[in-house]
Every structure is written in structure tokens, then in C-alpha cells.
Write a protein that binds this ligand. Structure first.
Ligand SMILES: [Mn+2]
Length: 268
């Protein structure tokens, strides 16, 4: 009963189906972990959502920034952006069921010492704390005032975590960390200005996985296509899953038991 972890689909439905075929994936036997950003930028976000939702209990999914953007547009009053390819979902007859399902996905999945989030887990959050903080935002998304939360979730401030943050400021740092983080500094502050390239880190900032952490948990993450599946200079046990399917790279599955990576060509 293999478990496979796959990075950002971003609407690459045909590639997702091809990868599952390559794996001889059997939902009665195998398990799938998806690192978020199921939708947007690619050609078939609606099909991706339907396909993953139909997998039911055999797929574990965490929310990415594009998934949250979809929810913010549909239910939080946010506007579509020029490059968004979300219209088919917003107009779909099963839209509410798809959005309800998406909104009830977690920010973090944990099995033992393996944790999956969309962007990663910063060194100043140990596994138990990361799980608790993700739970705080998951409670907002499933609560009666989820619409309010989706309206106020966006923003780059505050950019630094402090344990005494409260309310929307606290929730915003948690969301931004788990779904948007790339470069951080030694105090754990997030950068939002740099491009994806590893050489674009501002002074004093470095990729989050280059800072040592006290535990040795295994961290699975997507979000950062420019890494091409690598974590150069890593000082933690982290595995990059986004190999840029929507940008003409590949869609990759990591076999969590054997460590083998299996890829199919991305969208051209
Ligand atoms: Mn992302």
C-alpha cells in the first residue's frame, strides 16, 4: 500500500491522470498526498478539483495560496486577477460542493514524523506547534464567520511571527507561512518581495529550509517550482515536490516509503 506525495497540480489535469496511470495508482490500495495549489494558471482546474475530490478518503490534501485565492474570490469578495484560470469553477453547477470540500481541507497533514504543508514549516515552529497553529486557521475556515476571515486573510503584514499575536494578524502570519513562505531571516520574518530564484534572496534572507531546526521531522512541500525538486543547502529533512508542471516542467510523485521519484512531462 504505497503512499505517493505529489506537488502543485495547478489545473494540470491530463498530467495528473497520466501520472496516476504511470504509478498504476489503485485507490483501494494506495494513498495520495497532494501538497496544495490544485487549481489556477493551468488549463483544467475544474477537472482537477473534481478528480481529487472523487478520490475521497485515499487522498490527503493541504491548501495552497491559489486554493485560498479561489475561496477568497468565491466567498470573500476578492477579485479575479488577470492570469487566473478559475472561471470554469466559479460557473460550474457543482461549484458549491467543490468549494465546500476545498474549504474543509487542512493547512497541514501529519503522519507520525512526516508533515506536509504547501510552502513548508519554518524552523521556529516545532511539529506539535505547527500542527496547533494550522488548526487555528482551519477552525476559522470551517467556522460560521469563514466569509469574514476570507475577506481579511490577505495582506503581507505582519511579516514576523510573534507568539503574542492575536486575531486576524496571527491568522495571517500562519496562512502566509504555510502557503507563501520562501525566504525568511534569522528572526523568522517572511519576505514577500523576492522572485522565485534562489539568487533573488534579499540581504539577510535565505530559503526557509537552510535554517536548522531542533527536530528531525520530514517536511514535504510544494509551492516553489524554481527549486525543481531540490533543496540546495538544506539543513532540515525537507523534500520539494513542485517540479513546475504548469510551467512546462514535470509532475512528480514521491514514493514516501522508498523515496523513489516518478515524473511525467508537464503542460506545454
Ligand atoms: Mn503556491
Amino acid at each position: 500500500m504505497p503512499t505517493y506525495a505529489i506537488g502543485d497540480l495547478q489545473g494540470c489535469h491530463a498530467e495528473f491522470v497520466a501520472l496516476l496511470e504511470r504509478l498504476s495508482f489503485d485507490p483501494r490500495r494506495d494513498r495520495l498526498w497532494l501538497a496544495g495549489d490544485l487549481v489556477n494558471r493551468g488549463p483544467a482546474s475544474l477537472d482537477c478539483l473534481r478528480e481529487v475530490m472523487a478520490l475521497g478518503e485515499c487522498a490527503e490534501v493541504v491548501l495552497g495560496n491559489h486554493d485560498l485565492h479561489l475561496l477568497a474570490v468565491a466567498r470573500g469578495g476578492a477579485g479575479l486577477k488577470r492570469k487566473d484560470t478559475l472561471a470554469a469553477i466559479l460557473e460550474a453547477p457543482d461549484r458549491e460542493a467543490l468549494l465546500d470540500w476545498l474549504q474543509s481541507r487542512p493547512l497541514l497533514v501529519r503522519r507520525g514524523e512526516t508533515l506536509m504543508t504547501h510552502a513548508g514549516v519554518p524552523p521556529h515552529w516545532e511539529a506539535d506547534q505547527a500542527e496547533r497553529l494550522a488548526g487555528e486557521v482551519e477552525a476559522c475556515l470551517s467556522g460560521e464567520r469563514a466569509g469574514d476571515f476570507l475577506e481579511r486573510m490577505y495582506g503581507n503584514e505582519p511579516s514576523c511571527w510573534r507568539e503574542d499575536l492575536e486575531g486576524i494578524e496571527r491568522q495571517r502570519v500562519i496562512v502566509n507561512t504555510f502557503t507563501r513562505m520562501r525566504f525568511i531571516d534569522a528572526e523568522g520574518c517572511l519576505d514577500f518581495a523576492a522572485k522565485e530564484g534562489l539568487d533573488s534572496a534579499p540581504d539577510g534572507f535565505a530559503p526557509w529550509f537552510q535554517f536548522a531546526r531542533r527536530d528531525r521531522v520530514r517536511l514535504l512541500f510544494g509551492h516553489w517550482a524554481a527549486l525543481q525538486g531540490h533543496t540546495p543547502g538544506s539543513r532540515v529533512n525537507a523534500e520539494a515536490l513542485d517540479t513546475g508542471c504548469v510551467w512546462g516542467g514535470e509532475l512528480t510523485a514521491l514514493n514516501l516509503e522508498t523515496g523513489e521519484r516518478i515524473s511525467v512531462p508537464g503542460w506545454r
